[in-house]
Design a protein around this ligand. Sequence first.
Ligand SMILES: NC(=O)c1ccc[n+]([C@@H]2O[C@H](COP(=O)([O-])OP(=O)(O)OC[C@H]3O[C@@H](n4cnc5c(N)ncnc54)[C@H](O)[C@@H]3O)[C@@H](O)[C@H]2O)c1
Length: 442
Amino acid sequence: MTEYRPMKCLPEKAGYRAGDYIVLVGELFGRGYANGLVEEARSIGMNVIGTTMGRRDNDGTLRPLNQVELADAEAVLGGKIINVPLEAGFDMESVDGQPSVAEQLKKVRPDEWAGVDFNDEFISKAVRSGSDRFRTNLAKVVGELDKLIPPGSNVLFSHVMAGGFPRARIFMLLLNRVFKGTGDKYLSSELFWESGIGRLCRASFDEVTADTFRYLLETTAGLRDRIAMDGGQVRYSAYGYHGTGVLVGGEYRWQSYIPYLPGWAKMRLEDIAAEASASGIQATVFNCPEIQTNSSALFLGVEISLYPLITSIRREAGEAMAAPLMRRCQDMLKEGTSLEQMLARADAYLASPVLAQLLDFAGWPQHNTSEQADLMLNSSAELMGMHVDQKRLVCAELSRIVFLATGRLMIHGSWKPEAPVVWLNHDLIARLLVDGLGKGIL
Ligand SMILES: NC(=O)c1ccc[n+]([C@@H]2O[C@H](COP(=O)([O-])OP(=O)(O)OC[C@H]3O[C@@H](n4cnc5c(N)ncnc54)[C@H](O)[C@@H]3O)[C@@H](O)[C@H]2O)c1
């Protein structure tokens, strides 16, 4: 069990120089967390190298990006993408002539899900087949990197990928009930997680969210040695999630989104970083706050803990620095609704006894209850309802601040890591904004 270790001090400037390299292992999407890494790397003058998940053709074949997709992805990244498909996971693997997990799940009717079970041997063969494909492709990427990275360069490998929900309609139906369901639509995350389909999910999350980090450490071993022999330094970072310290009732308190089912895989990711660090590799998992991205959209309510960042910024950076942000946020609210009301509403949720009874760091991640789901989803909807336009959200503004701030903290914090697993909480993010390192974010 990882010790709760918030990063307390802002990191010193890292030793990366202009001409060094950051390699993103995971594709960059428009509002994704990794944009913060890319921005900071670019401001240092580092070369940014991206990767892609690849795409699936209609017949299920995994392929690299075509010319148009590649040009678009390179424009988003503002750098070169090594065009080898790094999709992880096994849901589309067909083994021993049997249809893939995704194919088999197509036949499952919504009322039959609880009875679905996969044979362990089939799953372990599919996992092996998926990981072999991923590692083979990763080795090709590393081969390309070896040619691209000149002697004497420092390199930061940044693991960005997380996911692993098998691609089948039945999953979307169930997940909508687990993450967004109230009343009749509510589905216990524990019931789901302990079912055959839940066990399948667990294996898939482990593979995509955690084990890809191990494959990265293993596959880059030769390149790491070569870079070190040539006088360069190699670092690894990964995005974790294990709750966040935010202001609740005026005090910083650890809290978490419930039910964060990928949490077990995120703890496995932490263990991989701890193991690597123990063997002398500088690898850090940075546990980051809840923000709105493509990936977090499913976890409705995850954004509630982002609102108190405004109060943290007022407290840590001062009223004068917070004022323009507060004006921008106030402008997004309906007439007659104040930012203070919004913050009080978010705080009422976070301070609720329902959450206090459930949340416990040692027992994380917690499963949902019907009462908690009601409370969270109603609070989320009420907070959303305070906006004039559902396309201009306070949390989108705050998400931008968080991904930019964490990008800087991760790049600089990766250089001399204080521990293999650290938490980037709201207080540190707010303090960064008044430091030279945080210049221009607000
Ligand atoms: N959004 C949040 O609230 C939050 C909080 C803490 C940590 N994180 C972590 O930040 C990281 C980036 O996520 P994000 O929220 O910016 O979302 P995102 O959707 O922008 O990024 C998700 C990444 O996962 C990759 N990915 C997904 N499925 C994959 C698969 N099967 N194979 C290979 N790659 C796959 C995508 O290519 C992309 O690079 C993730 O590790 C996520 O868990 C997110």
